[in-house]
Design a protein around this ligand. Structure first.
Ligand code: FER
Length: 286
C-alpha cells in the first residue's frame, strides 16, 4: 500500500513539474511579425543628464498605443547585452512589434518601456573589445546612473507611477545579470525583476538574495530564464537552485535555443504579459 501511494505521489509530482514547464509554452508563430491595421506605439529618443558620469546619455522610450498624459503608467526598464547599446533590443528584437501585437490582442497592461544604455562610461558605444575590463565594469556602474539619474528623469518627464510595484527591471545576458544584481538589491525600487540568459556578471545567489526569509514576499515576480543550449545556463540554474532551496517564489523557464534573440524575444513576449498584473500562482506552480 505504502509503495503504491509513493508511486502515485511520484507520478503526480512528476506530471505537475512537466505541466509547469509546459504551461509556459513558447510564443506562437507571427508574434514578432509586423501586423497592419493595429494601433502602434511611439518610440522616443531621449537624452538625460547623468550627474554620475557628467555626460548627456541617450535612451529609447516606448510609449504604448493610446498613450495619453492623462493616465499614469508603470515602467519596464529593459536592458541589453555586452555587445549592445540602447538600440540593441530595437535592432535585433523588434520589441515594438512584439508589444504592439500583444496590445492588439489585449494581453498587456499598458506600460512605458525604457531602453537604456547599460554601459555607464563616458564613451558608452559598443566599439572595440566589448569584453575589456573597463567596459565590463561600466555595466556594474550603471546601477548608480539608473537609480539616481535615469529613473528620476523618466519620472519627471513621463506620466508614470512612482511605486516599486509599478516598476520592473529586466534584461538579456549582461543586462539579465544587471537586472538581478540591481533589482534584488533595491527591492524598495523594483517589485518585478527578470533575468534572461543572465551572464557571468550575475552575483552568486547567496549574495544576490542574502535574506530570503525576510525578502521573499517582496517580489511580485522574479523571472529567470535561459535557452537550454546556452553555455551560460549554469548561471540561471545555480540561481534557481538557491531560490528553490530557500522557498523564494520565482519562474524558472528553460526554453528551446541558445544565446540569441530568438530566446530573448520569446522571453519578452512571455514576461511582458505577466507584468503589473496579479500573478496567477496556479498558472506557474513552480
Ligand atoms: C562572459 C561571457 C558572456 C562575460 C559576459 C558575457 C563578463 C556576456 C554576454 C552577453 O551579454 O551577451 O564571460 O563576462
Amino acid at each position: 500500500m505504502r509503495k503504491i501511494l509513493l508511486t502515485a505521489l511520484t507520478i503526480a509530482l512528476f506530471s505537475m513539474v512537466a505541466w509547469a514547464q509546459d504551461s509556459v509554452k513558447v510564443a506562437p508563430p507571427g508574434f514578432d511579425k509586423l501586423r497592419t491595421g493595429i494601433s502602434r506605439c511611439q518610440l522616443d529618443t531621449v537624452e538625460y543628464a547623468s550627474k554620475f558620469l557628467g555626460t548627456a546619455r541617450k535612451a529609447l522610450v516606448y510609449t504604448p498605443p493610446g498613450y495619453t498624459r492623462k493616465k499614469k503608467y508603470p515602467v519596464l526598464y529593459l536592458l541589453h547585452g555586452i555587445g549592445g547599446d540602447e538600440f540593441e533590443w530595437l535592432r535585433n528584437g523588434q520589441p515594438h512589434i512584439i508589444l504592439d501585437n500583444l496590445y492588439a490582442e489585449g494581453k498587456l497592461e499598458p506600460m512605458i518601456v525604457v531602453l537604456p544604455n547599460g554601459r555607464a562610461m563616458k564613451d558608452d558605444r559598443a566599439v572595440g573589445n566589448v569584453f575589456d575590463s573597463a567596459k565590463v565594469q561600466a555595466f556594474t556602474a550603471f546601477e548608480k546612473d539608473l537609480l539616481e539619474n535615469l529613473i528620476p528623469f523618466v519620472e519627471n518627464t513621463y506620466p508614470v507611477e512612482k511605486d516599486r510595484r509599478r516598476r520592473a527591471l529586466a534584461g538579456l545576458s549582461m543586462g539579465g545579470g544587471q537586472s538581478l544584481n540591481f533589482g534584488l538589491r533595491n527591492l524598495d525600487k523594483f517589485a518585478w525583476v527578470g533575468g534572461f540568459s543572465s551572464a557571468p556578471n550575475t552575483k552568486m545567489a547567496e549574495e544576490l538574495f542574502p535574506n530570503p526569509g525576510k525578502d521573499k514576499g517582496k517580489l511580485q515576480l522574479l523571472w529567470i530564464s535561459c535557452g537550454k543550449d546556452d553555455n551560460l545556463l549554469h548561471i540561471t540554474q545555480r540561481t534557481h537552485d538557491y531560490l528553490a532551496q530557500h522557498g523564494v517564489p520565482h519562474i524558472y523557464y528553460i526554453e528551446p535555443g541558445g544565446h540569441d534573440f530568438n530566446v530573448w524575444k520569446n522571453d519578452l513576449y512571455l514576461f511582458s504579459q505577466l507584468l503589473f498584473k496579479p500573478v496567477a500562482a496556479t498558472k506557474y506552480p513552480k
